[in-house]
Write a protein that binds this ligand. Structure first.
Ligand code: HEM
Length: 549
């Protein structure tokens, strides 16, 4: 009986107070508390106790502690009791870790919102919001800071990348990024995109059997982002395969990252596993090696590196080299596979919707008659159909479909979010996939590729059907690049890259899906490891439109 009370008291007085206990401290407490109990029970003579008594004490302590935690999380005394959600999610985060491991978090969130409504308790301290009313309250200026989901990305032994910085530190570093992504800067990068896009259309196997176009788009995207962030160095298109297993390593690390992000306390424990450490080390070492080459060449080329280094000397304080390396690696991690995924999804959607393929191709052909330079950025403004298709792709398959959490700050007394009070310490999720596919935000055909929804009525496009009755187009719910001060720093670059690459691919090739391509199996192979990833190849047949090009 004493042990039961001791375990309950340990829960209520110690463990309950710290929702994010440090792993080492938690381990010490879990060993130390039952030991302290035994010392007290044996009147300070531990050696007088039998081994079986000691083992029983530990086992019962953990059982009572676990029971106390579970009952509390389910009880009306819990501050999130009034929010509906599956029993298993209310009890522990481990179920979501399993769902995340399976890569199904985005679909699970959508299913839960369909069943439970706009506010769902997806963990003991976690709420997912499924209404667009939450976008500004959660993500906007004056919204919520980044939550514990992002903790594993933070490092204590070096500068952190932009995406996990907060407050003034974030604003300062974001200024460098914004300069690097200004209209003038983008015009500078167009040459780099064009050179890499030309390389892709020249090396990609065509006029033969099916090609996994997804791999080639990935090689393009990593090569280009390597140019931007580190002045080059990857050369995957030249090799024709993932020669240093850069993509493979990144992909594997993302699976671990997404699981650990859901249980940040486990980071320390997992960080001690040599196998995992080796992979993370490999990824960092690769980035550092390439960054070192960029330092050595010390060119004044106006790439992203130039701006992140503040080579123009516009800041009072020069950023440290370490912080630039850290942000350079962020550019690769955040910008390469996200952009590649949109191009891959867009190619699939166009091939699956030939009417739109022909429309977009005709538009590109008109803008860039054969041989004309696709570098003329002013032409991209006229590619309305392509723009509509890009938006529709981002809506249906947002590359970051579930995103990390935000947190109601401790000491804030709680916040009113989308009309509901959320107590301090609550971790809040708002998923683009859930909002984009809701018929309350986009209708009709919320689950279908229908680019028409993006074309305004002023567009002279008589071949398009009139917008049907009950059209809903809630732009605040369109958040593929997130929203607010932490929105995507590279969104304009990503859009430019997608447009330039798609225009070139469409003007050079006739494309079709491979004969036995199983569309349903491909779509079912998508996994959400922070970035949405098809795990099956996208086989496409490419034929040159003009054999001379
Ligand atoms: C279609 C392609 C892309 C998509 C869908 C995308 C999406 C996102 C999203 C949803 C976020 C917010 C993440 C969060 O809230 O934690 C984000 C942040 C970010 N993205 Fe992108 N991204 C894309 C391309 C790029 C590119 C090309 C770059 C840079 C070269 C980039 C750099 C960043 C950075 C630096 C952040 C952190 C911003 C901050 O915290 O202030 N992204 N992106």
């Amino acid at each position: 009986m004493h042990l039961l009370f001791f375990a309950i008291a340990s829960h209520l007085l110690i463990f309950k107070q710290f929702t994010a206990l440090d792993f080492d401290l938690a381990t010490t407490l879990l060993i130390g508390l039952p030991t302290a109990f035994l010392v007290g029970e044996s009147s300070l003579d531990l050696f007088s106790l039998q081994t079986s008594t000691i083992i029983k004490c530990y086992v019962l302590f953990y059982a009572f502690l676990g029971l106390s935690i579970i009952l509390y999380r389910l009880s009306p005394f819990h501050r999130l009791y009034h929010f509906p959600g599956p029993l298993i999610c209310r009890v522990s985060k481990l179920w979501i870790v399993y769902i995340a491991y399976k890569g199904q978090y985005y679909k699970y969130l959508k299913e839960l919102h369909g069943k439970y409504g706009d506010f769902v308790r997806v963990g003991p301290e976690e709420i997912s919001i499924g209404t667009a009313d939450g976008v500004i309250d959660v993500l906007g200026a004056g919204g919520l800071p980044k939550g514990r989901f992002n903790d594993p990305a933070r490092t204590t032994n070096g500068p952190n990348p932009l995406n996990v910085l907060t407050g003034e530190e974030h604003a300062k570093r974001r200024r460098l990024w914004n300069r690097g992504m200004s209209t003038e800067s983008l015009a500078e990068y167009a040459g780099l995109i064009s050179r890499r896009a030309e390389q892709l259309v020249n090396v990609i196997p065509c006029d033969q059997g099916p090609v996994n176009i997804m791999d080639w788009i990935n090689y393009f995207s990593f090569d280009f982002m390597g140019d931007m962030a580190f002045g080059g160095g990857y050369e995957l298109m030249k090799a024709g395969y993932d020669k240093d297993e850069l993509i493979k390593t990144l992909d594997k690390n993302m699976v671990t990252a997404v699981m650990v992000s859901n249980i940040p306390w486990a980071r320390k424990m997992l960080g001690r596993l040599p196998y995992l450490n080796e992979r993370i080390y490999k990824q960092r070492a690769y980035g550092k090696r390439i960054a070192a080459a960029r330092f050595d060449c010390d060119s004044d080329k106006k790439d992203l590196w130039y701006h992140l280094m503040d080579k123009a000397g516009l800041e009072k304080e020069k950023p440290s080299k370490e912080s630039v390396v850290s942000d350079g690696m962020l550019a690769i991690n955040a910008g390469a596979d996200t952009t590649a995924r949109v191009v891959t999804f867009l190619i699939f959607l166009l091939l699956d919707n030939p009417t739109w393929l022909h429309r977009v191709r005709a538009e590109v052909d008109a803008a860039f008659p054969t041989g004309e330079n696709t570098l003329d950025l002013s032409k991209y403004g006229s590619l309305t159909y392509l723009e509509a298709c890009i938006n529709e792709t981002l809506r249906l398959y947002p590359p970051v479909p579930s995103n990390g959490s935000r947190r109601v700050p401790n000491g804030s007394g709680g916040r009113l979010i989308a009309g509901r009070f959320l107590p301090e310490g609550t971790e809040v999720f708002i998923s683009s996939y859930v909002l984009h596919r809701s018929s309350r935000n986009f209708a009709p055909y919320s689950e279908t590729f229908w680019p028409d929804r993006w074309l305004s009525s002023v567009l002279n496009a008589p071949e398009l059907c009139e917008p049907p009755e009950g059209k809903v187009h809630n732009t605040i719910a369109f958040i593929p690049f997130s929203y607010g001060p932490h929105n995507c720093a590279g969104r304009n670059l990503a859009r430019l890259e997608i447009k330039m690459l798609m225009s070139l691919i469409l003007s050079r090739f006739e494309l079709s899906l491979a004969e036995n391509f199983d569309k349903d199996a491909w779509l079912a192979s998508f996994r959400d490891y922070f970035v949405l990833r098809p795990t099956k190849p996208l086989y496409v047949i490419l034929k040159r439109r003009d054999p001379k090009c």
